[in-house]
Design a protein around this ligand. Structure first.
Ligand code: SF4
Length: 386
């Protein structure tokens, strides 16, 4: 398959707000269950080990008109909870047997409570994560959280989830992590051969199809992209930071690249890059998942950082590794985690003479021209003066 054929399939999945692929997977066997999850990270391995399909829900984007959702929330918060409520009220999520709300902010926590009231027959869990990285404290706590998730899913599926099954699923997800890393490395080395919008759509597709299919899709994309010749432009290299939850409209990602920037790293689909290394699949799988979270996960605004001096180190490392020339802080309006950390991250970039700019968006932002002008001027200033 060519890259354009693969991206056409990804675009179809991206635009499908009825989640037909996941519905079809479920319809093939009456025993199948589908578990939705909000950004940013949940241990999909446990869902997979239960024989269920995890489906990432990242709001309604710019194609969904929010009518009911606005009535549930005040105006001064981000848009993703409102469009997610809209997806629910309009029955687009009626195929989900469960919904997980990872601990990322108050908005997601409150949404989990609303979901419980709106859908009392659906398994709903607010999935908490440790803020202490000591094995005996945060590790013990997180293992218990993982075990409670396992028990909850056992009730949904009506069968036990064995350690062997979780270890087998960890192996599958290690393969996905490997390919995700490979795609990102390929793009950072030759960004003209893997445009940002293509990599984005490829990663987005992984939210709504079985992981095995996503693994094959990424491998096919890499094979096709390596074989295709594409012109190299005189773009500057940037890292995008702050877009890990509510997603920008596709046109915003296109606009950044069209303005003269190659995106060489980003945090759009942070969930599938959360664990940085292979997870051990030879012992106690819950302990292995806890170890990976505590000691080998991405340090971003989406995760509590215990030491102020360490804030920004992960981003600095990304800039160095990808040879980026600047950072674009692009966060959803009213996003507490991203916007509270932004000043500290910006200070850290300034300390290291890394050019940076900032703007906010909503998933339904329509005005691309100001963003294109801002990103274009940023790219020109890097080329002229950095
Ligand atoms: S966009 Fe930010 S504030 Fe809104 S739900 Fe996501 S993490 Fe929370």
């Amino acid at each position: 398959m060519s890259t354009s054929e693969i991206i056409e399939r990804c675009t179809g999945l991206f635009e499908d707000l009825s989640f037909s692929a996941a519905r079809q997977w479920k319809a093939e066997d009456p025993d199948r269950r589908v578990i939705g999850y909000m950004p940013v990270y949940i241990p999909e391995e446990i869902i997979h080990a239960a024989g269920m399909m995890p489906v990432g829900i990242v709001g309604g984007g710019d194609q969904l008109e929010v009518i009911h959702g606005d009535a549930y929330y005040q105006s001064y918060i981000c848009r993703i909870p409102r469009s997610t409520i809209e997806l629910g009220i309009t029955k687009r999520l009626d195929f989900l047997d469960g919904m997980l709300f990872p601990s990322i902010c108050d908005v997601i926590r409150n949404l989990s409570g609303m979901w419980k009231m709106l859908y009392p027959d659906v398994y709903v869990r607010y999935f908490d994560v440790p803020q202490n990285y000591d094995d005996d404290v945060g590790g013990t706590y997180y293992r218990q959280e993982l075990n409670e998730l396992r028990e909850g899913l056992e009730t949904v599926g009506g069968k036990s989830i064995t350690d062997d099954a979780i270890n087998a699923s960890i192996a599958v997800y290690n393969e996905r992590r490997r390919l995700v890393r490979e795609v990102y490395d390929f793009r950072s080395q030759t960004p003209w051969r893997a445009p940002a919008v293509e990599v984005y759509l490829l990663m987005r597709a992984g939210l709504v199809i079985p992981v095995e299919e996503h693994i094959a899709m990424m491998q096919a994309y890499l094979d096709a992209a390596v074989a295709e010749d594409r012109p190299m432009r005189d773009n500057c290299r940037v890292v995008i930071n702050g877009s890990f939850c509510e997603q920008p409209p596709l046109n915003l990602i296109k606009s950044i690249e069209m303005s003269g920037c190659y995106i060489v790293d980003d945090d759009y689909m942070l969930g599938n890059r959360w664990l940085l290394e292979d997870v051990d699949n030879s012992g106690d799988p819950l302990k292995s998942l806890a170890d990976a979270y505590l000691h080998h996960s991405a340090d971003t605004a989406a995760k509590y950082c215990t030491k102020k001096e360490e804030v920004g180190q992960f981003l600095l490392e990304s800039v160095r590794k990808t040879k980026a020339e600047g950072v674009i802080f692009a966060a959803p309006s009213f996003c507490d985690p991203a916007l509270l950390e932004r000043p500290m991250l910006a200070d850290r970039m300034t300390e290291h003479n890394i050019p940076h700019i900032s703007f906010k968006y909503a998933e339904n932002s329509g005005q691309m021209q100001p963003i294109r002008e801002q990103a274009g001027t940023f790219a020109d200033s890097i080329k002229l003066w950095s």
